[in-house]
Design a protein around this ligand. Structure first.
Ligand code: CA
Ligand code: CA
Length: 500
């Protein structure tokens, strides 16, 4: 008891000293007060030990004060009336931080993704040769497109899509490319292209261009080197032994070209047959060859450095063929095989949309911006495969031309096509609607402000001013759709559509 009293006296003296010092206490004051009691350093140590001991002194009537020494502070802080609120506040702070983190993650996960530029407005596809002829030589050209950018902007188009303008022959609408790094002279020069890119970007537009990975022209340097078995180019194309007797080629199998007749052509220089999905002047590249893939990447990088914002990969469904080279199955099994020459007379299970083949090629790695694919398969469920899988991104979207393939346009037929696409499209992907085919003559421009929410009630909702005017609701709510317009005759330009 005497010891406790001594301890309380010591603390009380400290407090007293503090109070007389207007509540501001220095350690020296404590030491001085302690010294005044006649205690030695040992006493001080004894005093501190007692304060921190298991026996809590009676501080009844004593209030904490500013500047109290650590030892006193510890004594008060251990009391339940201070400790419990402190612990409550601590855990509240921890809980608040955890809730904040969880809320942030939830908001990020659940919030609608910001639209990419290719989702914010229609694309306008231009076949340059018939769009506008700037120098009156009979061929539309790149300068002609540049001259019409105000018109394109007036359509509220956001992206210009220019079809093949590469150095090529006139065969197959310039899709037999002789040099992927050159602008064909009938369209202008590389300087014209660079000026066009700058002008497009000055207007706030984006530019995508066609790219044709499946084949080249037979005049391409690669093919000339391949047919002579020169170095790495030897396997740049799909070569196979075949016989050539009495003016007749006996091909490796019954595969047919899209344009009819055998898709194999005998090459006298190499003394082998090469494969072509399209014309014989358009030999298919061997896309399984890593060197070919690297060449393709380099070409895409070349155009990206020119300022191109994305690509439309043409004829992707024809990229790969089955390695086994087995005959394709006849549609009419009773037809004499030698008379099967038309493309429609075979099922093309081994030469198109190769499952396990197409997906082996990570197409999207070739484009840092946008990649669409022209892969018009027979059925929608096969075309949407080009969206890729949840963890394998392929095209940003495969172009959807099914509206243009309707034999009879009616409310029901349009509804069925749209519904079919939306139901087959992988979750989270972006739809698109091509409203005029690119391989026909003149089509009226039509914009369908279709609505994602119509089929996806849980999707992001509502139009905002920052989004395209094309989100003008038809069914009371919508998001912008990436429509695709085809305009192939500049002399018959339609009036800009009216948007509400
Ligand atoms: Ca011209
Ligand atoms: Ca191919």
């Amino acid at each position: 008891m005497a010891e406790d009293k001594s301890k309380r006296d010591s603390i009380g003296m400290n407090m007293k000293g503090c109070q007389t010092n207007n509540g501001f206490v220095h350690n020296e004051d404590i030491l001085e007060q302690t010294s005044d009691t006649g205690s030695s350093a040992d006493n001080l140590q004894h005093s501190n030990t007692s304060i921190l001991g298991s026996q809590e002194p009676d501080f009844k009537g004593v209030q904490p004060y500013a500047g109290m020494p650590k030892e006193v502070l510890f004594q008060f802080s251990g009391q339940a009336r201070y400790r419990i609120p402190r612990e409550i506040l601590f855990w509240l702070a921890v809980a608040s931080v955890l809730v904040l983190i969880a809320a942030t993650v939830a908001i990020i996960v659940l919030s609608p993704k910001c639209l990419d530029w290719w989702q914010e407005g229609p694309m306008y596809q231009i076949y340059p040769r018939s769009f506008k002829d700037s120098n009156k030589d009979g061929n539309g050209d790149l300068k002609g497109i540049q001259d019409k950018l105000d018109y394109i902007t007036a359509l509220n188009v956001k992206t210009v899509w220019i079809t093949s303008f590469y150095k090529s022959s006139l065969k197959d609408f310039r899709y037999g490319v002789e040099d992927f790094r050159q602008v064909d002279s009938i369209f202008g020069t590389m300087e014209d292209f660079e000026n066009l890119v700058a002008a497009i970007h000055d207007k706030g537009l984006k530019l995508i261009i066609d790219f044709i990975p499946n084949h080249t022209s037979d005049k391409h340097t690669w093919f000339q080197l391949s047919r002579t078995r020169t170095g790495k180019y030897t396997d740049y194309y799909i070569w196979h032994d075949c016989t050539h007797e009495n003016g007749t080629t006996v091909p490796p199998n019954n595969w047919l070209s899209v344009y009819g007749n055998s898709s194999w052509h005998f090459d006298e220089v190499r003394n082998q047959c090469y494969f072509h999905q399209f014309m014989k002047e358009q030999p298919d590249l061997n896309f399984r060859n890593p060197d070919v893939q690297e060449e393709i990447k380099e070409i895409l990088r070349f155009w990206l450095t020119k300022g191109v914002d994305g690509f439309s990969f043409d004829a992707v469904k024809f990229l790969l063929e089955a390695k086994h080279l087995r005959d394709e199955i006849q549609v009419n099994k009773t037809q004499i095989p030698d008379t099967v020459t038309q493309y429609s007379e075979l099922y093309h299970d081994f030469t198109t949309t190769q499952v396990g083949g197409m997906h082996d090629i990570p197409l999207d790695q070739y484009s840092t911006e946008f990649m669409g694919t022209e892969a018009y398969a027979e059925t929608i469920d096969r075309t949407v495969m080009y969206y890729g899988l949840p963890f394998i991104q392929e095209a940003d979207f495969p172009f959807n031309n099914y509206l243009t393939m309707l034999d009879t346009v009616s409310g029901n037929s349009v509804y069925e096509v749209i519904t079919s696409w939306m139901e087959n499209m992988p979750e989270g992907k972006w739809p698109n609607w091509m409203v005029s085919p690119h391989a026909s003559t003149v089509h009226n421009v039509l914009l369908l402000p279709l609505q994602e929410n119509r089929w996806n009630p849980g999707g992001g909702g509502g139009c905002s001013e920052s989004r395209s005017r094309h989100c003008t609701p038809v069914w009371s709510h919508s998001v912008a759709q990436a429509g695709v317009w085809w305009h192939d005759l500049g002399s018959l330009q339609p009036s800009p559509p009216k948007f509400k």
